[in-house]
Design a protein around this ligand. Structure first.
Ligand SMILES: *[C@@H]1O[C@H](CO)[C@@H](O)[C@H](O)[C@H]1NC(C)=O
Ligand SMILES: *[C@@H]1O[C@H](CO)[C@@H](O)[C@H](O)[C@H]1NC(C)=O
Ligand SMILES: *[C@@H]1O[C@H](CO)[C@@H](O)[C@H](O)[C@H]1NC(C)=O
Ligand SMILES: [Zn+2]
Length: 548
């Protein structure tokens, strides 16, 4: 009996100890659960907020397509609330140059008082104003003129200036002086961008070749000279250059170049591809020789020379890819995370002075806003790790609600198969966006029909055999198509008045419909000619077109 009792007590004690153990584990878990979770989240947040990126700059490219400055000013609040703190102004031929340089400016360039008001307002909004003047390549707007054609490196190509002619420097010096004096009389000038990208012709003229220098030595020497010109006008202004001319140099060559003189210049590494192909070796090269590295992405003007609306998915992918690269970026052998100086969101208006206009700004606002919201989130720190390193997840979970709010959409604009549909939103530019979409669908349909069902007509009209029963229907189709183009052209033209001056509107809408209207017109001539009664010859009907 005693034995049994003792055994029961033993079991009870065992049971109680077991229960206490279970309960304490549970209490411990509940008490410390929060702090475990918090810890993990905090760690992640710290990872993300290491993208400090103090400068977020939007590139406004005025190249031969002057946006109304009031429209641009109306965008300031939106840009500011999305973290923009600088504007890169690429005036090109829209700056009102004076004296000997008057001819550089387009006849419809901005007036001084307009630009003055614009940059004053922008500065008061908290935007750093960074003018961009090309000083080596992309000088078509200057070198195309009879007045300056003798300064071309290659006579047939007006893009690159010869860096070995004294007059080249007089010219560039005057340009820089006019832009700097104008700016410093209005707002402080912390930075100036001197371009220097895509110098397609370098070391090709007799004068340059005689010096027996390498392309890179010529390039570096030129950049240094321009940078000295800038300091002579404005000591406290930092010079920025695009990086691409320095990409091909090997590390070995790199260290042999005299760069001491360039170390107060800051370099902007640009890459507009959906998956950036940034080279770590190049980054290291720049890190060793330049005081700071900036990065440049593209929110528009990078999806094709003749694109009409940016591909927002590709543009977001470009930014996403850049941030994956710079997040926690450490140079080999260094323990600190590198802080890139800033990002320039480029928005190209033409691929060059002599190219047609590409994606306009108003219908590209969604692309700009998506990427600004993304940058701001990453600066603030979103919990984002390798597990959800996925563009669609980031867009859906972290951006889409803000995008809906910023662009006044009645539903969340989601990623479609190829692009995002914005017609349910009410941002300034949505009407233009919708009518350009309409233009794209009308012109694609006409173009497909011409290519698929009418490509044979020219040949068979020479052979003089076309089915007479289809001629009248085809004429009606031509006429209807022509009319549809006119309607959409008028619509686009009317809406554009809010954003652009007359000359550009004429260029843009004419450019959009010129080719198709001509093709329709020619087809209609052939068909009309075919309505005449005629006699048809005996076969065969082969027609040799060797003489065409
Ligand atoms: C304008 O150009 C002419 C001819 O090249 C030159 O003689 C003159 O000094 C220039 N004037 C100014 C103000 O630069
Ligand atoms: C501008 O170009 C025209 C035509 O080539 C020329 O006659 C004129 O002198 C130029 N203006 C200046 C200020 O050099
Ligand atoms: C061409 O189309 C317009 C608009 O639809 C119409 O008014 C006109 O009569 C048509 N002309 C011909 C020749 O079909
Ligand atoms: Zn030369």
């Amino acid at each position: 009996m005693r034995f049994v009792f003792a055994k029961i007590i033993f079991l009870k004690v065992k049971y109680i100890i077991f229960t206490i153990l279970i309960v304490s584990v549970f209490v411990f878990y509940v008490t410390f659960k929060e702090s475990f979770m918090l810890n993990r989240v905090t760690t992640r947040t710290i990872d993300i907020s290491s993208v400090t990126l103090p400068n977020v700059v939007v590139h406004l490219d005025f190249k031969g397509s002057p946006l109304k400055l009031e429209y641009l000013e109306s965008l300031f609040p939106l840009m500011k609330s999305h973290g923009v703190n600088g504007l890169l102004l690429e005036y090109e031929d829209m700056f009102p140059y004076e004296g000997n340089l008057t001819n550089i400016s387009a006849k419809n360039c901005y007036k001084k008082h307009e630009v003055k008001k614009f940059i004053t307002n922008a500065y008061n909004f908290g935007f750093e104003i960074i003018p961009l003047i090309q000083t080596f390549g992309h000088l078509e707007y200057v070198l195309k003129l009879a007045q300056f054609k003798h300064l071309r490196e290659v006579q047939t190509h007006p893009d690159s200036i010869c860096p070995n002619k004294a007059e080249s420097f007089t010219l560039i010096e005057h340009m820089i002086r006019q832009v700097i004096e104008f700016h410093t009389s209005v707002v402080p000038l912390k930075y100036i961008h001197i371009g220097c990208d895509e110098v397609y012709h370098i070391n090709e003229c007799q004068q340059c070749l005689k010096r027996h220098l390498s392309k890179i030595d010529l390039f570096v020497h030129h950049v240094k000279t321009i940078s000295n010109i800038v300091s002579s006008f404005s000591k406290e202004t930092t010079v920025l250059i695009w990086d691409d001319m320095l990409r091909q140099i090997t590390l070995k060559e790199w260290y042999s170049i005299d760069f001491q003189s360039l170390n107060d210049i800051e370099i902007v590494y640009w890459d507009y591809e959906p998956q950036v192909k940034v080279s770590h070796i190049n980054l290291m090269k720049y890190h060793k020789k330049f005081s700071n590295i900036w990065i440049a992405s593209a929110f528009k003007g990078a999806d094709g020379r003749t694109a009409i609306i940016p591909n927002e998915k590709k543009r977001f992918s470009n930014h996403f890819s850049w941030f994956n690269l710079i997040l926690d970026y450490k140079f080999g052998g260094e323990s600190n995370v590198y802080n890139f100086k800033g990002i320039i969101l480029t928005g190209w208006s033409r691929y060059s002075h002599m190219d047609p206009p590409c994606e306009l700004l108003p219908p590209s606002i969604p692309s700009l806003i998506i990427n600004l919201i993304f940058i701001k989130k990453i600066q603030e720190g979103i919990s984002y790790d390798s597990a959800n390193h996925n563009m669609d997840v980031i867009y859906k979970n972290y951006l889409s609600t803000d995008i809906k709010q910023s662009l006044l959409c009645n539903r969340v604009p989601l990623f479609g198969q190829n692009n995002i549909e914005w017609s349910s939103c009410l941002f300034n530019g949505v009407e233009l966006y919708s009518s350009l979409k309409k233009y794209i669908s009308v012109s694609t349909a006409i173009s497909n029909e011409l290519n698929n069902n009418f490509f044979f007509i020219k040949y068979y009209s020479k052979l003089k055999t076309i089915n007479m029963n289809t001629v009248s229907d085809n004429i009606v189709w031509c006429n209807d198509s022509f009319y549809q183009l006119l309607v959409v052209e008028n619509k686009v033209s009317n809406i554009l008045e809010e954003y652009y001056k007359k000359e550009f509107i004429v260029e843009y809408v004419t450019y959009l419909t010129f080719d198709l209207k001509k093709k329709l017109h020619n087809l209609m001539m052939i068909l009309n000619d075919y309505k005449k009664p005629r006699i048809w010859e005996r076969g065969p009907i082969a027609y040799n077109n060797n003489n065409i």
